[in-house]
Design a protein around this ligand. Structure first.
Ligand SMILES: Cc1cc2nc3c(=O)[nH]c(=O)nc-3n(C[C@H](O)[C@H](O)[C@H](O)COP(=O)(O)OP(=O)(O)OC[C@H]3O[C@@H](n4cnc5c(N)ncnc54)[C@H](O)[C@@H]3O)c2cc1C
Length: 100
């Protein structure tokens, strides 16, 4: 039985999340599509948007809601507190994913 293309992305900042969304959209018309796992070393996503941008930049902080919608998609999973390559090696990623 065909299975989705398994993809791993390291880092759940804006770049990683937008990459996941672009991949999801580009695979939307294909069957069985794609599954995407994001590995993030911090306990929570959004990278410097969360940890770097000051609260007095509400327009930039607002990007979080768009990123949040991407993470809500069923094809996308987030694994926090996972450091690459400390917790997961490139060999392991290649073993379990079609693309990294
Ligand atoms: C103080 C400050 C103010 C800013 N203000 C603005 C602003 O006003 N307007 C604006 O447009 N931009 C601003 N920026 C820039 C904006 O934050 C960045 O452009 C954006 O966050 C970059 O996204 P990114 O996904 O490339 O990287 P990051 O946001 O750095 O995300 C990378 C993610 O990957 C994770 N990661 C990295 N390496 C690993 C690893 N080996 N294993 C697992 N996880 C990993 C990190 O923990 C992080 O969550 C500001 C940045 C800072 C620091």
């Amino acid at each position: 039985m065909p299975r989705p293309l398994r993809t791993a992305i390291v880092g759940a900042g804006p770049a990683g999340i937008y990459a996941a969304d672009a991949l999801r959209k580009s695979a939307a018309a294909s069957d069985p599509g794609v599954s995407i796992d994001l590995f993030e070393r911090m306990p929570a996503p959004f990278g410097l948007i969360r940890y770097g941008v000051a609260p007095d930049h509400p327009r930039i902080k607002g990007i979080v809601s768009a990123l949040h919608q991407v993470l809500d998609k069923p094809q996308i999973r987030l694994f926090g507190n996972v450091d690459y390559p400390g917790d997961i090696s490139l060999d392991e990623l290649h073993e379990f994913y079609d693309a990294v």
